[in-house]
Design a protein around this ligand. Structure first.
Ligand SMILES: CC(=O)SCCNC(=O)CCNC(=O)[C@H](O)C(C)(C)COP(=O)(O)OP(=O)(O)OC[C@H]1O[C@@H](n2cnc3c(N)ncnc32)[C@H](O)[C@@H]1OP(=O)(O)O
Length: 411
């Protein structure tokens, strides 16, 4: 087999994207999805292997800005649309694409690459670690109450169409980004993603609905959701599927959830992706009846260890030498001295013979980077080696985040 890696040309998008769709089972997306992903494709960052005239693999990246612990919003390559045709699988095409892409990310000066994986086993070999998780909640409303603060009564709720509420929702979202690591600042065009709602994908759900929360005439929160009406011999048993809830204050947040729980003729509230520290889990009266499930969300790769570790801040003062193993991006391999605190950090190569305090691979650094996976946990699994007593605890405290990282939507 000879296949050439080519940058994506404008006229090749349909064939290129069809290769991706086929690798995901061959069910064509709805026209609205095609149009959106076509408009968001960054052609100069999209490529694939071609076997003659046939596209046999795809990959791309988005030029994201992502929040990191401390509140900075930094460049990150959002790896996306990765596929290899089943006719060409397990011959190294993915590996070749990852090589090409990580070299390109480095050349662009982006210190981080991030992705959501179709299967979590794929990307560890390329230095990605699971850096954030998401909660799924399926709540039996008949058994679960909400302890809503009295101030929620001051919040006014009103329906708005998803389209007409776009500017208000984006303004709220934008204010939330810096406060939670792993959130993406949405560039123009991306505001369409949360309200992408092709009729062919609804499976009995209503079109997407939106409710805005207002305090003193200002929009301070929103909920995007859909309702699936269902009935059986005992009466109504519909489902409220929550796509997103964001609010700028606790009262508005609780008021929005109270609204979602109160929708008539429904018995279940289903939230597919919430942060693992979602205050909702403290509002509910019976956590067991929320059927919590946790799964991996954002996979994080430090492409430039020094620049990435300098881009975030640290919860507690830290001064450590890290011995980093990175076979796929050998420019990161070796010892780095990290000094930092809540104000800033420096991370430089160690040229002298200073001994390392911790030994870990770049994959573990990716897991710990956003503050969602404690280094103590990774050490407990034998994935971080403590070379100086106490170093794991010091590093774990410093790398932590007061707010759990979370990615609100896929890409
Ligand atoms: C960010 C995103 O877009 S995620 C979406 C990823 N895409 C998909 O899941 C679509 C369906 N799957 C595919 O298209 C392909 O199977 C891919 C892209 C996952 C893998 O492509 P391939 O070209 O077969 O991978 P490649 O041959 O480079 O494999 C490299 C190594 O990873 C392993 N590997 C690749 N895919 C998988 C997998 N799904 N599960 C376990 N191991 C895998 C291979 O066995 C190989 O291991 P080895 O080096 O020990 O031999």
């Amino acid at each position: 087999m000879t296949a050439d890696l080519r940058e994506l040309g404008q006229s090749d998008w349909d064939r290129w994207y069809a290769t991706l769709e086929r690798a995901f089972g061959g069910v064509a997306e709805q026209p609205e999805e095609h149009e959106l992903w076509n408009s968001l494709t960054e052609y100069e960052r999209a490529f694939g292997f071609w076997d003659g005239d046939t596209c046999v693999s795809t990959a791309g990246a988005f030029s994201f800005r992502m929040s990191v612990p401390g509140g900075a919003v930094v460049d990150a390559a959002g790896v996306t649309m990765v596929s290899v045709a089943a006719t060409h699988r397990r011959r190294g095409l993915l590996t070749a694409m990852m090589r090409h892409q990580l070299d390109d990310v480095r050349a662009r000066g982006e210190a981080l690459a991030v992705l959501t994986a179709s299967e979590p086993v794929i990307y560890g070999r390329f230095g990605y670690g699971v850096g954030s998780h998401q909660l799924r909640l399926e709540i039996d409303k008949s058994r679960v109450g909400l302890a809503v603060p009295a101030a929620a009564d001051e919040v006014r709720l009103r329906y708005a169409t998803p389209a007409e509420s776009g500017a208000d929702r984006e303004a709220v979202y934008a204010q939330r980004v810096a406060g939670r690591p792993g959130m993406l600042a949405r560039r123009p065009g991306w505001e369409k993603l949360p309200t992408l709602d092709p009729p062919g994908d609804r499976n009995g759900m209503s079109p997407q609905q939106c409710v805005l929360a207002e305090l003193d005439g200002e929009v301070v929160g929103y909920a995007l959701f859909a309702v699936k009406p269902e009935w059986d011999a005992q009466g109504p048993k519909g489902t409220v599927r929550v796509q997103d809830v964001e609010a700028l204050d606790p009262a508005s947040y609780a008021a929005l959830w109270r609204f979602l729980f109160g929708i008539d003729l429904t018995s279940t509230v289903l939230a597919l992706s919430r942060p693992v520290d979602d205050p909702l889990t403290q509002l509910v009266s019976d956590i067991r009846r929320c059927d919590l499930r946790i799964r991996d969300s954002l996979h994080v790769r430090l492409v430039d260890v020094g620049a990435a570790l300098e881009a975030r801040t640290y919860q507690a003062p830290v001064d450590l030498v890290l011995d980093v193993e990175d076979a796929f991006c050998p420019w990161n391999q070796g010892r780095w001295r990290l000094m930092g605190d809540a104000k800033g950090a420096s991370c430089k190569r160690v040229d002298d013979d200073s001994p390392a305090d911790l030994a870990l691979s770049v994959r573990e650094l990716g897991s710990a980077y956003l503050g969602g996976v404690p280094l103590t946990q990774l050490a407990g699994a034998g994935r971080v080696r403590e070379l100086r007593q106490g170093a794991v605890a010091e590093a774990s405290l410093a790398f932590g985040s007061t707010v759990a990282p979370w990615l609100p939507h896929g890409f």
